[in-house]
Design a protein around this ligand. Sequence first.
Ligand SMILES: Nc1ncnc2c1ncn2[C@@H]1O[C@H](COP(=O)(O)OP(=O)(O)OP(=O)(O)O)[C@@H](O)[C@H]1O
Length: 342
Amino acid sequence: MTQNVKISEIVATRTIAEIIADYPVVQDFFINYNLQELQQNLTVAHALEKMMPEQLAEFGLDSFSLTAELAKFMATLVDNQEEREKVQTITIIGGRNKEGQPEDVKLTMTAGEVVSIVGPTGSGKSRLLADIECLAQGDTPTKRQILINEHLLSDEERFDIGNKLVAQLSQNMNFVMDLNVADFLAMHAKSRLCENADQVVERCFVCANELAGEKFTLDTKVTQLSGGQSRALMIADTAYMSASPIVLIDEIENAGIDRKQAISLLTENEKIVLISTHDPLLALSADKRIVIKNGGIHKVMETSAEEIESLSDIEKLDALMLEIRQQLRRGERVRPLKISCS
Ligand SMILES: Nc1ncnc2c1ncn2[C@@H]1O[C@H](COP(=O)(O)OP(=O)(O)OP(=O)(O)O)[C@@H](O)[C@H]1O
């Protein structure tokens, strides 16, 4: 409420130029209503007075309702920003494993932390990600609770903020809209109120192509992208356009993309990143790992100094496997290997 009063005051008293200086995305609001010609040295109300009423009537608006629309737009902008900035920690409070035994865990993850989730196939890794995605409150099969900043969320908060807090990159991504890559990215940039949308779209495209094995163009239809290319596109999209402070990744390893680069991209900007994985390189690149067994959190382990040291050897092994994969893909014979085990 106080926030909305403050925004109304800003809209009523500041010039358009001043508002745009503080909230650059507001420029897009005026472009949407074809009002880019408004005199920027005036307040919104004064600038609108100087316009032909027909111009606004085209959108079924008058000066009063347009000012109210702008205040609403700015309030949403500020609310979203504040909610994201507010997330310092997420906490998992244990529930029950598949046999109904208690999961004796309270695990808190802080902004900037990368946590991997490991465990046998079918053990419950994706379930844990799903619990975080829906901000579970004891109402999923695991009976876990997820706290934000150490607080239980009310139903209203949970459904109101869930979508804004969590970005999910799942195993199977199917695009349903038949847009090309350029339009798809532009649509996302717009709906997420990105500043400098054109630049962000370009950056996403270049980055997605760096991550993906096979190149694609801005004209490629998203429905024609391969699994790996779609994954790469969505990783770049999440990294550059999503302001969600929590990123959940379900098995990135089979996508044929540069996983290390993908993770370092996603871990920029103080996000909390959780990755379910069977890949040793990814598991050990995290700050800690959650070990899942029989549907429950069995252990939480910090990545040790020794494990970090062995990462460079694991990377060499990984590069070797990649090279073998490439040879197979190119239709070549796999060259003899010379491996020494210590
Ligand atoms: N604590 C639990 N209580 C009840 N059901 C559970 C629990 N944990 C997981 N499950 C269920 O077990 C099934 C397998 O779990 P899930 O798909 O999360 O496994 P996974 O480790 O991600 O497997 P994969 O490595 O093959 O992707 C799912 O149906 C899930 O809902």
